[in-house]
Design a protein around this ligand. Structure first.
Ligand code: GDP
Ligand code: MN
Length: 385
């Protein structure tokens, strides 16, 4: 799960990590008032779950309170297109007013779970700011990685290594230890999957502060953090994925043309592989899980059909705990309730398979049944050609 910058900065403050003051403004008058409070200047920042806002026009400097008000009016409700949003962009519903910082240098710092070692790693570079992707692509040696031993924690020598990579001296170097330790503590205590501070800045006064912050959390640990869950912004997530999660289903949007309903992640992988093998690609897959009810299958099928990318549907179910007759009834129900404008091919195997096939055959609906997975995949690909 992702959160907005203003929420991430709230967390930084909770963990004593320096970040400029800032508040969300509800309207232009409040944007003016906050800017007044910050000494007459501010940075007006669009809050969307995507980076690259600066280059896309979502981060603007206000030299006066009135200008902050005008920038608020312009930004609030606009569709912001950045490198990370895709061409359709994101609607800006929240605008954050931050105290303007006099920047001496922009640096890069992030924490993530390093899959190779299974540990938390820090990435640091003295080349921070809006061009970090280019640094990573062209001069990866400028990004230093420090992997933390979970039994030892962030060690003194590692802090010195990171401070050196960031090119810190004087006051900034002094502040670096607590800054990094507090970030590490935040990462562990809140079960983060990523914390990215880009840019981390050295201010004109010589101190360190987190000018931007992006934090993502491990979904599997969210149940431990009701405070974080409360920050979930469903409108920033793919609508079909949100709807699926309401029914305890796992929906993944892809960019091909065949909708896939499966049970189990392994079967989902195999289904995608065999669709590719026969020359097409999946539009999505929806994992109905182990023991889904007829109602869950009905919802699953409806969600798949709502995806405009779907030109045909392949249902691939291996009935173990899941019973094939329940799957069949769910498909029939969804088809009757919503109508089906695209070809549907079903491959059922396992518990109550005969009963499942009978329900499909007697439904009077045009549902193709595959003899096996290979045959079903071949039929569904043929159906859209
Ligand atoms: P992003 O483009 O979505 O990553 O948004 P950021 O919050 O990182 O802002 C983009 C850029 O705007 C930063 O890299 C800075 O160069 C600039 N910027 C943001 N806030 C300030 C500020 O308070 N003072 C100055 N001088 N520049 C800022
Ligand atoms: Mn940034």
């Amino acid at each position: 799960m992702d959160i907005h910058e203003y929420q991430a900065k709230e967390l930084l403050r909770q963990f004593d990590v320096a970040t400029p003051d800032g508040r969300v403004a509800a309207d232009a008058a409040e944007a003016r008032a906050i800017t007044e409070e910050f000494g007459g200047q501010s940075v007006v920042k669009a809050q969307i779950h995507a980076g690259g806002r600066g280059k896309g026009g979502g981060v603007k400097f206000a030299r006066t309170p009135d200008e902050a008000g005008q920038l608020f009016e312009r930004m609030h409700g606009m569709t912001l297109v950045t490198k990370q949003t895709g061409a359709e962009g994101r609607k800006v519903k929240t605008v954050f007013i931050a105290r303007a910082v006099d920047i001496a240098k922009e640096l890069y710092l992030s924490l993530l779970v390093d899959r190779g070692t299974g540990r938390v790693a820090f990435l640091a570079s003295s080349e921070g700011g809006v061009e970090i992707e280019e640094v990573a692509a062209k001069t990866p040696e400028k990004i230093v990685k420090v992997v933390v031993d979970p039994c030892v924690g962030l060690a003194g020598y590692q802090i010195r290594e990171l401070a050196r990579a960031l090119g810190l001296t004087g006051e900034a170097q002094k502040q670096c230890g607590p800054f990094l330790r507090n970030l590490y503590r935040l990462f562990l205590e809140k079960d983060c999957s990523m914390v990215e501070i880009n840019p981390l800045v050295i201010t004109a006064q010589g101190g360190l502060t987190a000018l931007d912050a992006k934090i993502a959390f491990d979904d599997n640990a969210l149940f431990r953090h009701p405070d974080i869950q409360a920050w979930r912004d469903r409108s920033e997530e793919a609508p079909a994925e949100t709807e699926a999660s309401r029914f305890g289903l796992n929906f993944i949007k892809l960019d091909g043309s065949i909708g896939c309903m499966v049970n189990g992640a392994g079967l989902a992988m195999a289904t995608m592989d065999i669709i590719h093998h026969h020359g097409s690609s999946p539009a999505n897959f929806l994992d109905v899980g182990g023991g889904a009810s007829e109602e869950a299958v009905n919802n699953a099928f409806r969600i798949i059909l709502q995806d405009p990318g779907v030109k045909a549907v392949l249902v691939n179910i291996f009935g173990g705990i899941m019973r094939c007759d329940i799957v069949a009834s769910g498909i029939v129900k969804a088809s009757r309730e919503n109508g089906v404008a695209v070809p549907v091919v079903v491959r059922l195997e396992g518990t109550n398979v005969e009963e499942g096939k009978r329900i499909l055959a007697e439904s009077g609906l045009r549902i193709l049944v595959g003899a096996d997975l290979d045959d079903a995949a071949r039929q569904v690909v043929a159906a859209i050609q």
